[in-house]
Design a protein around this ligand. Structure first.
Ligand code: MC0
Length: 143
């Protein structure tokens, strides 16, 4: 069903400070940064290697607004792991299979995620306490 773990998402209060910390302390490299208004986040994708090659990745997520998903998460839990993201080849197909297996997906249709990807989420209550993101990467992430 899944290709691999795409990334692990960490909720952080301050994006610049968090990027600096993870780069200087653990050697992560910044691959990509963007603001996603719809999701209410400023995000940075950090990898173990160069952009364009396969990387282990973490995604740092800072809230644009207090009432966003990340804003609420920080309020409730403080900073830490907010999501686990699985990479998929065909999000619509995987969503259909998971719905048939009783999982609630948060959105009826895919939304836009990092670097032009298509995303949806399995409700954390159904995924046994884990907010599971499903990511179908863009065919050409630079366009
Ligand atoms: C909430 N819960 C979680 C959780 N967030 N459990 C595990 N991990 C999380 N991150 C638990 C709550 O503690 C609560 O449990 C229960 O789920 C339901 O909570 P709720 O009050 O109904 O809902 P909210 O308001 O806490 O919202 C949770 C929900 C929301 C997952 C629906 O965070 C959401 O819509 N997330 C999807 C979008 C998102 O996360 N966007 C930011 C990343 P109890 O036991 O107290 O009932 S954007 C992104 O990731 C993009 C850019 C990308 O990667 O491409």
């Amino acid at each position: 069903l899944f290709i691999c773990i795409d990334h692990v998402g960490l909720a952080v209060p301050d994006l610049d400070e968090a990027v600096k910390f993870h780069a200087e302390t653990f050697g992560w490299r910044e691959l990509h940064r963007e603001v996603n208004e719809e999701q209410g986040v400023a995000e940075a994708m950090l990898g173990t290697g160069e952009q364009g090659e396969e990387n282990a990745k973490i995604q740092l997520l800072a809230p644009l607004r207090p009432d966003s998903a990340i804003g609420k998460f920080l309020d409730r839990n403080g900073q830490g792991i907010q999501q686990l993201a699985y990479r998929v080849k065909d999000l619509d197909k995987v969503s259909e299979v998971l719905r048939a297996r009783g999982m609630r997906l948060l959105y009826p249709e895919a939304k836009r995620g990092t670097a032009g990807s298509r995303i949806n989420f399995v409700h954390p209550k159904d995924a046994r306490g884990v907010l599971l993101e499903l990511v179908e990467p863009a065919v050409d992430p630079d366009h």
